[in-house]
Design a binder for this molecule. Structure first.
Ligand code: ATP
Ligand code: MG
Length: 665
């Protein structure tokens, strides 16, 4: 890693200004491959500059032009009205997002193009749906929802595995103007009841079961347990994934999707939606605390997910696009369903685990379906690194032309591995920074135009004005860390927290007046590239130096024996806080005291003595949310008190808590 040791002298951060010290320097730069750029939507940095400048100087013109690429039943009167915390986009405009994602491609004569390729976890189960077929299925299910009393504005909870039917259920809601609330299919019963009650859903869509590492996950039974405390739910509609399993059905409440679909017509007109009508509610991942039910609306969300998919993934008609995120997360909403389908793309969905039946399943899927664009999370990449390179090298991967990451900062060495082993050094990597709250990409390279740097989410998307500020709202100079904010409203931003406008205004717009506060720390370099440094809540304050978690973790991951690392602060009488590191080694390596010392020294050498971990513990895995994000607050609690008592409802693997406690030395 190209780093320097001057960190401790360059920060100048005071303890509570909100700025951070930055220790890491990464100097590698990867220009867009010439062949990629030659056929890209945006082919050069100059072209990008001109477009970006215009999008900032004349945002309303820029977004209006983007919106014109979609179909509206009535054109908007005004592009943007009002500002934070309550901006309105495309007011007076009417459209239907399902129409834009499905119907209009069929009407344009592209009905025979494959819209969805579903790959089940059991090898050999594949179902493809063309746009015409998808249109029929969506209309039927929209009629099923109507038959169950669902009306415009009603909330529908969806708790399913990764199936085409999940996408169909989502689109059917959009078609009739119902508000979907997708609950990730890996959550437990109480997470379902919390979410169903929070937004008062009366209808729930689920499926009998889903496969995970070869085992059946009985989703319907989990729903039943969750709904024990939700007497207001009147209908549970169950998609039958696997007829060979017996599924309990409650008379008067539960019905089978296929039986209901057989009773209704295959024609259902699209409801005309106001641009600001709610489209969905989605609860955040819960990495930092209790999930919030963010509300997204129709018009602005449609435009930004459409445009970011077009430019950031440089999507073209012959692409086979695979985003490995579950539809239950914002990434799945925006970049499995709405963004790619509005672009008329062919989208692959995979039901199961990356390591089933073997650790090379993802690469097998890429080769089998000739995937061209592959979008995944750093946590998955770090798992592939742990699996060992022979798993990926067994496969050709020659179809790939673009790679993407989302969800956490990617450590530069994990980025390099992805670039080398998966991209064979000729696929650009788009590291996309955004949030449930932002609805669409905010920072990301435009791959034919912007050179990439490992570990940087690079430049803002068109129309997005980020800044790195102190707590007082003053700009932080280049190469110093601070609070990442967004200065102006953007179309796909969440409009509120369901039922709690005040909490919305408080959480995002009170910290720095006039700006959207992201909760993340970042620095901007002299080239205008943004580097995410970790969450503001996770900052470690060592002897008055405020350090983000990302740089220390990246230094650890740069050691050849380390696969994954998380660092947290614990109270220290002398220094204020001491650094505790949790390290997971590459497959087959054993922890030892020597290695512990070596790694502590390694960090000191890589980025400076200030960052040397005071404690270092080896752990086979790190605590993560169900979406794969490291839950540092649990590690902080463990390092501080020796135990974990905080909210663990979104934790992926509960048995891990016991393992972490056992490891406590
Ligand atoms: P909660 O808000 O409930 O604590 P969460 O923040 O994990 O959960 P999401 O909205 O899914 O919920 O995640 C957004 C966050 O993920 C960002 O604020 C950022 O911390 C992190 N993130 C996402 N993409 C990137 C990226 N490319 N680089 C760095 N960090 C990223
Ligand atoms: Mg968040």
């Amino acid at each position: 890693m190209s780093t320097n040791n001057e960190g401790s002298t360059q920060g100048g951060a005071t303890a509570d200004s909100g700025s951070f010290d930055s220790l890491m320097r990464e100097n590698r730069v990867f220009p867009p491959p010439a062949e990629f750029a030659s056929r890209a939507w945006i082919k050069s940095e100059m072209e990008w500059e001109a477009m970006y400048r215009r999008s900032i100087e004349h945002p309303e013109l820029f977004w209006a032009e983007a919106a014109e690429e979609l179909s509206w039943s009535k054109k908007w009167d005004k592009v943007l009205e009002g500002t934070f915390p309550d901006p309105k986009w495309f007011t007076g405009g009417k459209l239907n997002l399902c129409y834009n994602a499905v119907d209009r491609h069929v009407e344009a004569g592209r009905g025979d193009k494959v819209a969805l390729i579903w790959e089940g976890e059991p090898v050999g189960q594949v179902v493809k749906l063309t746009y015409s077929q998808l249109l029929v299925e969506v209309q039927r299910f929209a009629n099923v929802l109507k038959a169950h009393g669902v009306k415009k504005g009603d909330r529908v909870a969806i708790y399913m595995g990764m199936t085409n039917e999940l996408a169909i259920a989502v689109l059917a809601c959009a078609r009739i103007g119902a508000i979907h609330s997708v609950i990730f299919g890996g959550f437990a019963a109480h997470a379902i009841s919390d979410r169903v009650k929070d937004c008062d859903c009366r209808v729930v869509v689920t499926q009998d079961m889903s496969y995970r590492r070869g085992a059946p996950i009985k989703l319907k039974e989990i729903v039943d347990a969750g709904l024990e405390s939700c007497p207001d739910v009147r209908s549970v509609i169950v998609y039958q994934r696997e007829p060979k399993f017996e599924t309990p059905m409650k008379a008067g409440r539960d019905s089978w999707w296929h039986e209901e679909a057989a009773k209704v017509s295959a024609e259902c007109p699209c409801a005309e939606q106001e641009a600001e009508d709610p489209l969905f509610i989605l609860y955040t991942s819960g990495t930092t605390g209790k999930p919030k039910g963010l509300v997204h609306t129709t018009g602005g969300y449609a435009v930004q997910t459409y445009l970011t998919t077009k430019y950031v993934f440089d999507i073209h008609d012959d692409d086979i696009y695979w985003c490995s995120a579950d539809i239950g997360w914002i990434t799945g909403h925006s970049y499995v369903v709405y963004g790619p389908l509005q672009n008329g793309a062919t989208v692959l969905l995979y039901e199961g685990a990356p390591n089933f039946p073997e650790q090379d399943r993802f690469w097998q899927i890429v080769d089998d379906h000739k995937v061209t664009i592959f979008y995944t999370a750093p946590t998955a990449i770090r798992a592939f690194i742990k699996f060992g390179v022979d798993k990926v090298r067994k496969h050709s991967l020659a179809s790939l032309r673009l790679l993407g990451t989302v969800g956490e900062p990617i450590n530069p060495e994990a980025w390099m591995w992805f670039h080398r082993e998966v991209g064979h050094e000729n696929c650009p990597i788009v590291d996309t920074w955004w949030q449930t709250e932002t609805g669409g990409h905010m920072l990301a390279p435009i791959p034919g135009a912007i050179a990439t740097k490992p570990g940087s989410a690079t430049r803002p998307f068109f129309g997005i004005e980020p800044a790195v500020l102190t707590k007082e709202g003053d700009p932080v100079p280049n190469d110093h860390g601070g609070l990442l904010v967004i200065r102006k409203p953007w179309p796909s931003m969440a409009r509120t927290i369901w039922g709690d406008d005040e909490r919305f205004a408080q959480a995002y717009f009170s910290e720095i007046p006039g700006c959207y506060f992201t909760g993340d720390g970042a620095r901007c370099d002299a080239d205008g590239y943004y580097w995410l440094m970790g969450r503001v809540d996770d900052v470690i304050n060592v002897s008055g130096h405020r350090l983000g978690t990302m740089e220390i973790e990246s230094a650890l991951v740069a050691h050849p024996k380390v696969a994954e690392a998380a660092v947290v602060g614990r109270p220290d009488e002398l220094k204020g806080q001491a650094i505790a590191a949790f390290v997971s080694l590459e497959y087959g390596l054993d922890p030892s005291d020597e290695l512990k010392q070596e790694l502590r020294q390694w960090v000191a050498k890589e980025i400076g003595a200030l960052a040397r971990p005071d404690d270092l513990r080896f752990t086979p895995i790190l605590p993560k949310t169900r979406s794969g994000k490291i839950m540092r607050r649990l590690l902080r609690e463990l390092a501080t008190t020796g135990d974990i008592k905080g909210d663990t409802t979104t934790l992926e693997d509960f048995s891990l808590l016991a393992k972490l406690r056992d490891n406590d030395d």
